[in-house]
Design a protein around this ligand. Structure first.
Ligand SMILES: Cc1cc2nc3c(=O)[nH]c(=O)nc-3n(C[C@H](O)[C@H](O)[C@H](O)COP(=O)(O)OP(=O)(O)OC[C@H]3O[C@@H](n4cnc5c(N)ncnc54)[C@H](O)[C@@H]3O)c2cc1C
Length: 381
């Protein structure tokens, strides 16, 4: 597939492969044990050219296609999907600033985000609403020529350490989603309170947690999307986000298969290699088939996005299929490894937690079915 990409895109994918094997893979288990990003956060990834992936080269970015970005995320996820997802959120925020930000916002934030000095987060979900994403109750009220934010956000990737927040807030509840605006808020701004990160099944590198806003005063300059554009802005990249999750699940499945094949090739039971039991070979063959199908679906979606075609259904199919395939496939690989697969000495337990997490982010599995069934039923309604 990579041969269809531009040489500069192939070079970024090679940089991702190198970064995954030399930086993420040797450290991911320790980061998970310490339950946080390393102190240098995404700095090393920025040095490896993995920030500003979608930004035009004129803006200091890599100018990748969506397909190439997904390939980068697939490769990083072979080592750790949690770290890759931190980079996805950061890159997407940069893209929103590049496309919708004012010249002053671009100048103020993009260089620091490109270098990894600033880490970005996307704040849409609230304690009372996740799937019903337009049900935003964080308020932004007009006051003295600026805005005052009040409310709470939940389940925010990089909440533990983000410096820059894209905050979605309701300016006029009577307008529903049309009242939602978005603001760029610096995390140390007065009135911003960071909650302690959650204790979850895994993926603690993502530092998922919440924020509170208490009379947080912002100037007009902080607005990223005006009312009417905020919710559209939040949803603008959702198809790519779903395709990226699918690609990341493929990375974890591929790595799980690789690790399992080596382990089961060495391990012996009843006088033969574990890998020689046909029942186990077929279990791995099923994982390989699912991986093949998931990759085809993920990249069918990214290619449709790159071609400017409608990709909502393709992305929903890809996310639903790949997350399910990863959860089952990684668990099956762990089973072939026997009790060793269950140990943190191997990456599969981390991958399994991320495969479960992938069922929630960027729309749950059920929300993918809402999208797919709405399309299925359209001719009948
Ligand atoms: C690790 C992690 C990181 C995250 N990072 C971010 C982030 O950076 N920024 C951000 O804004 N959000 C983030 N999220 C939040 C994520 O987007 C939400 O978890 C997701 O939208 C689901 O919302 P919920 O968890 O509140 O579930 P709910 O909406 O409460 O849903 C509960 C259950 O009901 C089902 N359901 C809901 N509506 C329907 C329906 N119409 N039909 C059928 N079933 C339905 C759901 O599928 C689910 O099974 C993150 C979540 C996780 C787990």
């Amino acid at each position: 597939m990579d041969t269809a990409l531009q040489p500069f895109e192939q070079r970024t994918i090679e940089a991702a492969i190198d970064f995954a094997s030399s930086v993420i893979a040797p450290n991911a288990a320790v980061w998970e044990q310490q339950r946080c990003l390393p102190p240098e956060r995404i700095g090393p990834a920025a040095n490896a050219g993995l920030t500003g992936l979608l930004l035009a080269e004129a803006q200091g970015g890599r100018g990748l296609s969506k397909t190439a970005m997904a390939r980068v995320m697939e490769e990083l996820s072979k080592a750790d999907m949690a770290y890759a997802f931190v980079l996805v959120v950061h890159n997407n925020f940069m893209n929103a600033i590049a496309q919708a930000g004012s010249p002053a916002q671009r100048e103020r934030y993009l260089p620091g985000m490109l270098s990894g000095k600033y880490l970005g987060a996307f704040l849409l979900t609230e304690p009372q609403s996740g799937s019903d994403a337009a049900n935003v109750t964080t308020t932004a009220r007009r006051r003295d020529g600026g805005w005052i934010l009040n409310g709470a956000k939940a389940w925010i990737t990089s909440a533990a350490s983000a410096d820059l927040l894209s905050v979605y807030a309701q300016t006029d509840a009577s307008q529903g989603w049309r009242g939602i605006a978005a603001f760029i808020v610096e995390a140390d701004h007065p009135g911003v309170f960071r909650e302690a990160p959650y204790s979850t099944m895994g993926a603690h590198v993502m530092g998922a947690g919440g924020f509170r806003f208490e009379d947080c005063r912002l100037s007009d300059d902080a607005m990223l999307f005006p009312p009417g554009e905020g919710f559209k802005g939040a949803m603008a990249g959702i198809d790519l986000a779903r395709a990226n999750v699918a690609a990341m699940c493929c990375g974890m499945m591929a790595n799980s298969l690789d690790v399992t094949l080596v382990h089961a090739g060495d391990r012996r039971a009843f006088g033969q290699r574990v890998l020689d039991f046909q029942g186990l070979q077929w279990q791995l063959a099923d994982v390989a088939t699912d991986l093949h199908a998931a990759r085809l679906m993920a990249y069918a979606a990214t290619r449709a996005i790159d071609a400017g075609q409608r990709a909502a259904i393709a992305a929903a199919h890809a996310k639903k299929f790949a997350t399910r395939a990863a959860l089952k496939g990684i668990a099956d690989c762990m089973q072939v490894m026997g009790a060793d697969g269950y140990k943190h000495d191997f990456p599969l337990a981390r991958h399994l937690a991320c495969a479960k997490m992938a069922h929630y982010i960027d729309g749950t599995t059920e929300i993918q079915n809402v999208v797919i069934s709405r399309d299925l039923l359209r001719p009948a309604t």
